[in-house]
Structure formats: structure tokens, C-alpha cells
Write a protein that binds this ligand. Structure first.
Ligand code: SG4
Ligand code: ZN
Length: 258
């Protein structure tokens, strides 16, 4: 994506707002979620995940601001208070410096070491650009990570592949894996937060239904540190790939309760 160049301050909105007027919008992401100010909504029922168990052979790419994996559109989510079903398009991550604070969203001010975004679009769209012209066109499922003492072997395909894509535009194929293996078991995904916001990178389009799951994914410190070996365009260490939290501007954040 040549629309923005990223350094340590890839995030600094003061650097992009002039070039990307949408990044000055009123309903921006990420946000800090103040749990005592969330309101429980019984329409926020558990999600239905379809074909999340399906294995696929993805390509993982260092796109100069993140690592990203395109996924076959056959994995879908519905329910969970979503207006319709959404199909998975890609996933990517945001992280800190060698396992330090790195998530985009924060919970009661706590920043987790990393955050996974599985980007979905409404089932009838065929590309993300079109979906972004619909105010509810995109649904991102966000997951936090926590440091654990033992390595999470389900992440081996991703972590091992990072070795081959340290340089910007590097890409390599993944051994077959599923989306389900990256996230907590379905019964541990019933507690989540919901609000309406934007993409966290330019153009910052306000077309995203955000879900943040409460239960984090465990990764060892050694696994987290591998992400900091990646390089930005300018050869600098790819660390701190998160945008700072943005004002709520009166938005309500809901929590699951169905
Ligand atoms: C990351 O930079 C991804 O690599 C981008 O994917 C993604 O843009 C961007 O984050 C914003 O997504 O869930 N954090 S976010 O709001 O999904 C899009 C690509 O550049 C459009 C394709
Ligand atoms: Zn993201």
C-alpha cells in the first residue's frame, strides 16, 4: 500500500490527518474500552462461526506496515448481533516492541502485547473497497494476546514463516492451517465488546462493526519477540504497529449478554 509510509510513528495521527481527511472523523478506531461504562445488550448473542475449522494454504506477507494473510472467503461469521453474515477476507496483527505493549484497543487502559484482526465483509460483496462504502460493510473480529510461559504450538505456522518475510514485500506460503486454530475455542468467545468505528489505518473509513473478545490468546515471550524482527520499508525494526486510541465522541460501547 503506497498510500502511507510507516515508521515508528506509523500511528501518529498528527502525521496523517492532513493527507487523509477521513482520519479526522468522529467515529474513529481504536478506542479504550472502559468496562464499567459499557452497556449489556441481550441482542449480542454468541457468534456462529462457519468453516473456521477449514484448513487452507495461505500466503503470509510483510506489507510494510503489518503481516497479513489473505484467507479464502468461505469462512463466515453471523449472529453475534451482526446485521447479516460476513465472510473472512484477511487477517493481520498489531504489536509492540519485543513483547511490550502493542494492542490497538485497550481495556480499562490496559494495552496488551498484540492484537489480531480478522477482517470480514458483508457476504454479498466481492471486494473490500466496495464493502467500505457501506457504513456496516466491514466487521473486524479483534483478539488480544497475553504472555504465557509455554509456547502456543498452534501458532507455529505463522511464527516459523516470519523468518522468511523479514523484509518489506517478503511473502511465503504457510503450511495448511485454519482460522479456528488461531483463536480461543468457541465456548470461550461469548464475552465480547461491540462498537462502531473505522479502519485504524488510512483512509480510516468509518465502515467497521468492531468486536473485541475478552479472552486473550496465549503466546510465549519468545513467540511475541519474533514479530519485532520484521522490517519496515526503511529497514527499521517493525515495532509499535498500533494506532493510539481515539476519542469516543459520545459513542456507546456494548457488551455481550445474549
Ligand atoms: C493493516 O495495515 C492491514 O495490513 C491492512 O490490510 C488493513 O486494511 C489495515 O490494517 C486496517 O485494518 O482492521 N486495523 S484494521 O482497521 O483491511 C484493510 C490491507 O492493507 C483495508 C489490505
Ligand atoms: Zn488491524
Amino acid at each position: 500500500q503506497s498510500q502511507f509510509s510507516c515508521d515508528h510513528q506509523c500511528n501518529a495521527p498528527d502525521k496523517w490527518n492532513h493527507a487523509h481527511s477521513d482520519c479526522e472523523g468522529k467515529y474513529q478506531s481504536p478506542i479504550n474500552i472502559v468496562t464499567r461504562k459499557t452497556s449489556k445488550d441481550e441482542r449480542l448473542t454468541p457468534f456462529q462461526f462457519d468453516n473456521y475449522q477449514q484448513t487452507f494454504r495461505g500466503t503470509i506477507k510483510n506489507n510494510g506496515h503489518s503481516v497479513q494473510v489473505g484467507v479464502p472467503h468461505l469462512s463466515t461469521v453471523s449472529d453475534g448481533g451482526l446485521p447479516t453474515s460476513y465472510k473472512a477476507v484477511q487477517f493481520h496483527l498489531h504489536w509492540g516492541d519485543n513483547g511490550g505493549p502493542g494492542s490497538e484497543h485497550t481495556i480499562d487502559g490496559e494495552q496488551y502485547p498484540m492484537e489480531l484482526h480478522i477482517v470480514h465483509m458483508k457476504h454479498h460483496y466481492t471486494d473490500l473497497i466496495t464493502a467500505l462504502s457501506d457504513p456496516e460493510g466491514v466487521a473486524v473480529l479483534g483478539f488480544f494476546y497475553e504472555r504465557s510461559n509455554s509456547a502456543n504450538r498452534k501458532y507455529d505456522p505463522i511464527i516459523n514463516a516470519l523468518q522468511s518475510i523479514k523484509a518489506t514485500n517478503g511473502n511465503t506460503s504457510l503450511i495448511p492451517m485454519s482460522l479456528a486454530q488461531l483463536i480461543p475455542a468457541e465456548q470461550n468467545l461469548t464475552t465480547y465488546y461491540r462498537y462502531k468505528g473505522s479502519l485504524t489505518t488510512p483512509g480510516c473509513t468509518e465502515a467497521v462493526i468492531w468486536t473485541l473478545f475478552e479472552n486473550p490468546i496465549p503466546l510465549s515471550m519468545a513467540q511475541l519477540r519474533v514479530f519485532s524482527e520484521l522490517k519496515f520499508h526503511d529497514e527499521k525494526q517493525m515495532v509499535g504497529t498500533f494506532r493510539p486510541v481515539q476519542p469516543l465522541n459520545g459513542r456507546q460501547v456494548f457488551r455481550s449478554g445474549g
